[in-house]
Design a protein around this ligand. Structure first.
Ligand SMILES: [Mn+2]
Length: 329
């Protein structure tokens, strides 16, 4: 899966670093959290005397707190010369939200290593492990660990298993390849805490989350183009007391409406409208749909953000009575 020379180059960068800074995208999901925690612990094996720091502009959602590393994720990044930056699960530097203040990290001035599985990733690191056929970034990190001859402890296995499960919707999405099952088996053998992870990630939901999902489901509308669309305004978030991260997973229910070409959930957030697109069909490419709004992602799951707010629009049409019902009266 990975080139030996790239693995060697990455190992040299990590060994020569004064400090290792791992970072993931804003609103981190299970793959971002799992891969940042997994790579951080692998870095300790590679360079035991080098400080390892974790950064994300948003803290980890509490459902991942069974991973000890998430407590160490910091928001304030103060990069210095000699740091090496490991960027995980980020299709684009802007998703870290550190790109404007610290362009050196992403422009090749400072050493960086990029682990990602998004098709739209152009490879902005000094060394890039960008594999679009991987179901999760965690899958690429397992390949890296194996290629580099690193040990996968039970803690690392639990972290990485998280990304496998969250990015495949619990091994249900079409990206669940034979290699996903093989690697999951490998992680279970390494002692991954499977039940702790699945219960926390898939079987626990706050009341505010369930209320928010209730609104998402209640507002589903079906369009003539074959889209199941729902939308949440800022007032929906205020009324339910849910925060933005609690929306994760709701779209899979919107995507469950039979016969649809695609599903879309729109949300308002700080003067922007974010769209999450999904499809179950092979002949629909939602990454292309997202690209028309400067977004990106995968063929079956993509997203975008545009400036503005949501305004409801209601369409009514008059249906003429049929002949039989017309002559009854
Ligand atoms: Mn991912």
């Amino acid at each position: 899966m990975l080139k030996k020379e790239d693995i060697d180059r990455a190992l040299v960068l990590i060994r020569n670093a004064k400090r290792i800074c791992c970072m993931c995208h804003r609103n981190p999901d299970g793959d971002a959290i799992g891969s940042i925690a997994g790579i951080a612990e692998l870095c300790i094996q590679i360079a035991p005397d080098t400080p390892v720091k974790l950064f994300c502009v948003d803290p980890s959602p509490p459902l991942f707190s069974y991973l000890p590393w998430v407590q160490r994720i910091e928001q304030e990044l103060h990069p210095t010369e000699g740091d090496v930056f490991i960027v995980v699960d980020c299709a684009d530097p802007k998703l870290t939200e550190y790109h404007e203040r610290f362009p050196q990290i992403f422009g090749g001035t400072w050493s960086s290593i990029c682990f990602d599985h998004h098709e739209t990733n152009k490879g902005f690191g000094t060394v890039n492990f960008v594999i679009a056929s991987a179901a999760s970034t965690c899958e690429i990190i397992v390949a890296f660990a194996e290629g580099a001859g690193l040990a996968i402890s039970s803690e690392i296995a639990t972290s990485l298993l998280t990304g496998f499960y969250t990015d495949t919707g619990g091994l249900l999405h079409s990206n669940t390849t034979p290699n996903v099952y093989r690697t999951v088996a490998r992680l279970l053998r390494a002692g991954a805490r499977h039940q702790t992870m699945t219960q926390s990630v898939f079987r626990t939901a706050k009341l505010s989350t369930l209320r928010l999902w209730g609104r998402v489901l209640e507002k589903i509308a079906v369009t003539e183009e074959g889209g199941a669309i729902s939308a949440l305004t800022e007032s929906d978030f205020r009324a339910t007391g849910a925060d933005y991260s609690e929306l994760t997973g709701a779209i899979d229910y919107v995507n469950a409406v039979p016969g649809m070409r695609f599903s879309l959930v729109l949300t308002e957030r700080g003067g922007k409208v974010k769209g999450s697109l999904r499809t179950l069909r092979d002949d629909v490419d939602v990454a292309k749909m997202a690209a028309t709004f400067q977004g990106g992602g995968h063929r079956k799951a993509a997203g975008f953000a545009v400036e503005g707010k949501l305004v409801p629009e209601t369409r009514w049409k008059v249906k003429k009575p049929s002949i039989e019902s017309g002559i009854k009266n």
